[in-house]
Design a protein around this ligand. Structure first.
Ligand code: SIN
Length: 493
């Protein structure tokens, strides 16, 4: 089925470099596939290192005039872009749903979520204040200002094809940086449409450039940016393994980095929790985007005395979830992104069962009825999970909830922190003293306290340990794209 859009011109297949839509210099294309059926829905440019370099040249050339624009002028363009994104919500949601698989209603939510970062940073652009420092010697004047870091390379994931690129580009542009972007191989269409709307908003040529590439060419494109000293910053959301490679290969030119990497989020339910609220919190956090988020609870710890009651309530809720293609009104969980993703989920579940987990519901691929296609997996709950299972060590990135029993707070805090990752953690308790203890002891960048939905444009999103560094969103998010400069004026006499 072809892409059906009210604005067919938003379905782009070329790169956008220096204000011009153009095919890859090598003339190559690759197919973008619908994860529900595996069928090709569009073709886009399969770019080379030369295309990436052309984007860098354009962004570098545009940098001086863009940074010199008054912040208010940059904010005005971002506001126009924000308005256009909202105006075209329906088309953008269709693109997200078709290339990524999430249900349309959730895709509409993603458009609003991504747009909120553009709106937020339009407002932050005019608030990048500096400081005046009291001088130790009376005749001196000491000032601190902030400057854009320069050309930023944004490398974005497939799980939120609009929101993740928006929350990187918006602060970069607000700060006065110019951008070269590469969306995930599986989901380039939404990003291209977003850039088409930025062009329509009036962004000057070269300020925002985008190149697409297949999995085979990604190393050429990103490699060209890594080795180029004109690219001063890399912002990346994706796996920890790739984040480490980017950090290593950025070292020769000492680029700044923002890395939003993998997680292994614990979700803890204490015996004093409101169990119904905990189940709802878990449903929201776990099954958003079919479990394909880096903040998705990966290990659910339930205190022994409420374990059975919690498991029963959870299984009933999970069995009520409707799985189906994104364009069906009643779908709540769509297909997984691709065959590799489903294989990993299957591997994790099989490994857990072989090591003694109990299958409480789900536990298999779905292919029949409305779920005709290779990439559907049943929402699954596993009981009696243990730490020797692969799903306790590595994020499953799918609709699988493993339940672990615990005795007391000490034990569960140790277990929750026993991972190299540190992105998100959640816990449910009504004990105020415990709430503060846990909030401080959990080693993550984000903590949900009696809450499963964490992210917001006004809040700092990011991890610690091997989940990366840097923060997206909030008033802290602009700093990731700015360098602090100290000015010292001596005696004028
Ligand atoms: C992610 O999964 O990378 C981001 C999730 C979010 O923004 O909540």
């Amino acid at each position: 089925m072809a892409l059906e859009l009210d604005r067919p011109d938003l379905a782009r297949s070329d790169n956008f470099i220096d204000g011009i839509w153009q095919p890859s210099g090598a003339g190559a294309h690759y197919d973008v596939c619908d994860p529900a059926t595996g069928e090709a829905i569009a073709t886009v440019a399969d770019s080379t290192a030369a295309d990436a370099q052309a984007a860098t040249v354009a962004a570098h050339r545009a940098f001086d005039s863009w940074r010199q624009q008054p912040a208010a002028a940059r904010a005005k363009l971002l506001k126009r872009w924000h308005a256009l994104i909202l105006e075209h919500t329906e088309d953008l949601a269709r693109l997200i749903s078709r290339e990524q698989g999430k249900p349309l209603a959730e895709a509409r939510g993603e458009v609003a979520y991504g747009a909120s970062y553009v709106d937020w940073f339009a407002a932050e652009a005019v608030r990048s204040y500096g400081d005046i420092i009291p001088a130790p010697v009376g005749s001196k004047r000491m000032l601190v200002t902030k400057e854009p870091v320069g050309v930023v390379a944004a490398i974005t994931p497939w799980n939120f094809p609009l929101a993740m690129i928006a929350r990187k580009i918006a602060p970069a542009l607000a700060a006065g940086c110019t951008v070269v972007a590469k969306p995930a191989e599986d989901t380039p269409l939404t990003a291209l449409a977003l850039v088409a709307l930025a062009e329509e908003a009036g962004l000057p040529a070269g300020v925002l450039n985008i190149v697409t590439s297949s999995r085979e060419k990604v190393a050429d494109v990103v490699g060209a940016w890594l080795e180029d000293a004109r690219v001063r910053k890399i912002t990346f959301t994706g796996s920890t393994a790739v984040g480490k490679l980017l950090a290593r290969d950025s070292a020769p030119t000492l680029k700044r980095l923002s890395l939003e990497l993998g997680g292994n989020a614990p979700f803890i339910v204490f015996e004093d929790a409101d169990l119904d609220a905990a189940v709802e919190g878990l449903m929201a956090a776990k099954f958003r985007n079919g479990g394909q988020t880096c903040v998705s609870p990966n290990r659910v710890y339930v205190q022994e005395s409420v374990y059975e009651a919690f498991a029963d309530k959870l299984v009933a809720r999970v069995q009520s979830l409707r799985v189906g293609p994104g364009d069906r009104d009643d779908s709540q969980i769509g297909p997984m992104i691709n065959a590799r993703a489903v294989d990993k989920i299957e591997r994790h579940v099989q490994d857990a069962l072989a090591r003694g987990a109990m299958l409480l519901t789900g536990g298999q691929r779905l292919n029949g009825g409305v779920t005709t296609g290779p990439n559907y997996y049943a929402p699954t709950v596993l009981g009696d999970a243990s730490h020797d299972m692969a799903l306790a060590q590595d994020e499953t990135f799918g609709p699988v909830v493993p339940l672990f029993r615990f005795r007391d707070e000490e034990e569960v805090v140790d277990a929750a922190n026993d991972t190299p990752y540190g992105l998100a953690a959640y816990f449910f308790s009504r004990d105020v003293a415990r709430i503060w203890r846990l909030a401080e002891r959990l080693q993550t960048g984000l903590v949900g306290i009696n809450e499963g939905a964490l992210a917001a444009e006004s809040a700092p999103f990011g991890g610690i340990k091997e989940s990366g560094y840097g923060r997206e969103g909030s008033r802290y998010g602009l700093d990731d794209y700015m360098a602090t400069k100290y000015l010292c004026q001596g005696n004028l006499a």
